[in-house]
Ligand binder design. Structure first.
Ligand code: ATP
Ligand code: MG
Length: 217
C-alpha cells in the first residue's frame, strides 16, 4: 500500500527522520511507538502525503508520489486515505453529521450519497441519534468514535491514526483500539497507528519503535 524508502526530514538544525524505511501492506495494522517529540506525527504526515520528505521515496501502491503536484497528492488523500489527527479532530461549529460528511463534501459528492454513507457509518459505530449534536457536547470517547467514522467516510484503503487514544481513559482507549481492529478485519483497511504508550498488547500485526530518526522492528 504505502512504502517509505530512506526518508529524511529535518526542521532547521534538527534531524527528525534520518533514514526511515517502512512498508505497510493492504489490511495490515501497524503501530509506530516512540517518545513525545520523536517524529511520529512528522512520519505519519509524510506517509499520508500531507508533507514531503527532504529526501527518500514515498510510494503509494508502488507509485512514487513525492514528485506529484499538490492537486494530485490531494486527490490521493481525499480518495484513498483516512486521517485521525492527534488534536483538533472535529470542527466545533459543524454538527456531528456535517463533520463526518466533510471529506465527501470536499470531494464534491452528491448530498444523497453523502447522507447514505454518513447514516451507515454513524450506525456502524453506534452513533445513531448523534448526527445533529454539536461535537462540543460529546464525551471524549464519543468524539473519538465520530472521528473514526469520518476517517472512513471515503472508503479509504489506509487510515493514519496519530495518537488516537492519547486523551482517553483506559476504557475508551481500549474501545478505540477495538474499533480500529474491527475496521481492519471487516473492511480490509490498513492502519498506521502512533502512540507514546509502550504497552505490548496492541491488536496490531506489526510494531515498530521510532528512535534516533529510524524505525526499529
Ligand atoms: N513544522 C515544524 N517546524 C519546526 N519544527 C517542527 C515542525 N513540526 C515538528 N517539528 C519538531 O520536530 C520534532 C518531531 O515532532 P513530531 O510532532 O513529529 O513528534 P511526535 O513524535 O509526534 O511528538 P508527540 O508524541 O508529542 O506528538 C519536534 O521536536 C517538533 O518540535
Ligand atoms: Mg505527534
Amino acid at each position: 500500500m504505502i512504502e517509505l524508502k530512506d526518508v529524511h526530514k529535518r526542521y532547521e538544525a534538527m534531524k527528525v527522520l534520518d533514514g526511515v524505511n517502512l512498508e505497510v501492506r493492504r489490511g495490515e495494522f501497524v503501530s509506530i511507538r516512540g517518545k513525545s517529540g520523536i517524529g511520529k506525527t512528522t512520519l505519519v504526515r509524510i506517509a499520508g502525503l500531507l508533507e514531503r520528505p527532504d529526501s527518500g521515496r514515498v510510494l503509494f501502491e508502488g507509485r512514487p508520489v513525492t514528485m506529484l503536484n499538490e492537486g494530485e497528492r490531494s486527490n490521493i488523500r481525499l480518495g484513498r486515505i483516512g486521517f485521525i489527527f492527534q488534536l483538533h479532530n472535529l470542527i466545533p461549529n459543524l454538527s456531528v453529521r456535517e463533520n463526518v460528511e466533510l471529506p465527501l463534501s470536499l470531494e464534491g459528492i452528491r448530498k444523497e450519497e453523502r447522507s447514505r454513507k454518513t447514516e451507515e457509518l454513524l450506525s456502524y459505530f453506534d452513533l445513531e441519534g448523534f448526527g445533529e449534536r454539536n461535537p462540543g457536547s460529546l464525551s471524549g470517547g464519543e468524539r473519538q468514535r465520530v472521528t473514526i467514522a469520518r476517517a472512513l467516510i471515503n472508503d479509504p484503503d489506509v487510515v493514519m491514526a496519530d495518537e488516537p487514544t492519547a486523551s482517553l481513559d483506559e476504557e475508551n482507549a481500549e474501545l478505540v483500539l477495538e474499533m480500529l481492529e474491527r475496521i481492519r478485519d471487516e473492511r480490509d483497511v490498513a492502519i498506521v497507528l502512533t502512540t507514546t504508550n509502550m504497552r505490548d498488547d496492541l491488536p496490531t500485526d506489526t510494531d515498530y519503535i521510532l528512535k534516533d530518526g529510524k524505525l526499529e522492528g
